[in-house]
Design a protein around this ligand. Structure first.
Ligand code: ADP
Ligand code: GLC
Length: 480
């Protein structure tokens, strides 16, 4: 079975968040399961620069597409994956991120950039290019690929469509004149199709027209049927709930494994946890924190945005600044949150270290060197860092929402007794609730034996891609 996975991010070539990790590891797991999987990605400049010369190039025969648009083919290093890049300099050859420029302002032509990405994918599927391979399934991810199922349906192509929602809050909403500029069929401009409160939404197109809609955890699949998690699409999703399922993300344990992580100084596993403490001292030293094995160290690697509850974390950091707790934060994001965190680090340099930027290597060192890892997300479709944390014996503190609720088992009395506890989770919508949970976790930290039992439980958890990939394959095979 040939499947085309369409995404706007792919680790390690281009990544702003978990979507990149998922595109890469899901594609790899599908390949290993015998699926003929190709990944298609926009030909961003930064991606082109990282790749050698393409092994092939294909032209389009489609009046809606720019003359100079081509598809470049690559064999990805370190894997057997085939990558297709949609090359179109006017749209993708720029300095900046995939969605926004260097200062974080969205590209003004995003509807054209991703609208034409979708059209080009439909043209490939329809055979209007020199690429001869045929695909039975197209697997779309997030709003950037949302128009694909609509085009496939419009042209009655014999291709199964899957739409995976990684974050319902990003809906690809644009005004009517951009709908016209994309020459989309007029019949799509109704409330039950693409129109969305006077604008139109790429993601809505995917939800309406895909054969199957999935999201990245079972709990989030339930939560998005109601506001506020539904982000205005509750009615729509309820209408289509028959084709909506939650399939939990996995972790790529080739990349996130403390026993063979080239980015950390002291590799370790569940049998030599003492090495973990060397990583902790190393982290404390390199960030200028007070050295001490017995000071609980709480890590955080995240986009610094409202979704992630960073304001609650900052409140608790401030409240606990006089106590024996340390914090290490790595992230990029909203200016106000960044400034607040930086100010805290300046006031308490031995207790709080804040690094603003994107740093893959520091992210691994934080996972390895921290005792606890905090994710106070307001909502979290799946979340990957808590899964990585489990494997690193870095006990997650999570707000029980979405994928966080599906992956972390709270150290309640019952769960301690039956041996299932792997971390700390809490409910509630305030810094107080988070603070309580953090204090509870810190209390456990001083009980060494119990702590080690929790670490052993956490490190034994398996959230690999094999079983999730099988669930996607079932959907690819299932009739709509
Ligand atoms: P989201 O996709 O909502 O940002 P996830 O938990 O699914 O959240 O995935 C985030 C991914 O991005 C993780 O692999 C995390 O390590 C990584 N990440 C986030 N911010 C940074 C950063 N500043 N530096 C390095 N990696 C980061
Ligand atoms: C999104 C979500 C995150 C999820 C990731 C990968 O960015 O915010 O929870 O893990 O996509 O599916």
């Amino acid at each position: 079975m040939n499947v085309l996975l369409a995404s706007s991010e792919l680790f390690p070539l281009i990544k702003t968040g978990g979507l990149a990790d998922v595109s890469r590891s899901l594609a790899e797991a599908l390949r290993q399961a015998g699926i003929g999987i190709d990944v298609i990605l926009p030909g961003y400049r930064s991606v082109r620069e990282k790749l050698p010369a393409p092994s092939a190039s294909y032209r389009f025969d489609d009046a809606f597409l720019p003359q100079n648009m081509v598809v470049l083919e690559y064999a990805l290093p370190d894997t057997g994956l085939r990558l297709l890049l949609l090359d179109c300099p006017d749209l993708f050859d720029r300095v900046g991120g995939p969605y926004a420029d260097q200062v974080g302002v969205d590209w003004p032509d995003n509807s054209a950039r991703f609208g034409l990405f979708c059209r080009a994918i439909a043209a490939l599927l329809a055979g209007r290019s020199t690429l001869l391979k045929r695909y039975e399934v197209v697997h779309c991810n997030d709003w950037q690929t949302g128009l694909v199922p609509a085009f496939v349906q419009h042209e009655s192509l014999p291709v199964k469509t899957i739409m995976t929602i990684h974050n319902l809050a990003y809906q690809g909403i644009f005004p009517r004149d951009e709908f016209d500029a994309l020459s989309l069929p007029d019949i799509w401009w109704t409330y039950d199709k693409l129109e969305f409160y006077g604008n139109f939404s790429f993601l809505k197109a995917g939800i309406v027209y895909a054969d199957h809609v999935t999201t990245v955890s079972p709990t989030y699949a339930r939560e998005i049927l109601e506001e506020p998690e539904a982000c205005g699409m509750g009615g729509l999703l309820q209408h289509h709930r028959g084709k909506l399922t939650g399939i939990l993300n996995g972790a790529d344990y080739d990349v996130w494994n403390p026993a063979q992580d080239a980015l950390i100084r002291f590799p370790y596993d569940a049998n030599n946890l003492a090495e973990k403490l060397h990583n902790k001292l190393d982290l404390q030293r390199s960030l200028g924190l007070q050295l001490g094995k017995s000071i609980p160290l709480i890590g955080l690697v995240s986009r610094l945005v409202h979704q992630k509850g960073i304001d609650w974390v900052a409140d608790v950091m401030e409240r606990m600044a006089g106590e024996k707790v340390q914090w290490v934060v790595l992230g990029t994001g909203e200016k106000a949150l960044v400034q607040r965190l930086q100010a805290l680090a300046l006031r308490f340099p031995k207790k709080i270290a804040v690094t603003i930027g994107y740093d893959e290597s520091l992210a691994h060192r934080i996972e390895a060197g921290s005792d606890l890892f905090v994710m106070a997300s307001r909502y979290e479709p799946c979340g990957l860092n808590q899964i990585y944390s489990l494997r690193y014996g870095t006990l997650p503190i999570v707000r029980a929402t979405g994928g966080l609720a599906d992956t972390v088992v709270d150290a309640s009395d019952d769960n301690m007794k039956n041996g299932t506890a792997t971390g700390f989770s809490y409910r509630g919508d305030s810094a107080d609730d988070l603070e309580q949970c953090i204090r509870r976790a810190v209390g456990f930290f001083s009980r060494r034996k119990t702590w080690e039992t929790l670490q052993q439980n956490a490190m034994a958890q398996q959230f690999d891609w094999q079983s999730s990939a099988q669930q996607y394959i079932q959907l690819y095979r299932q009739d709509a």
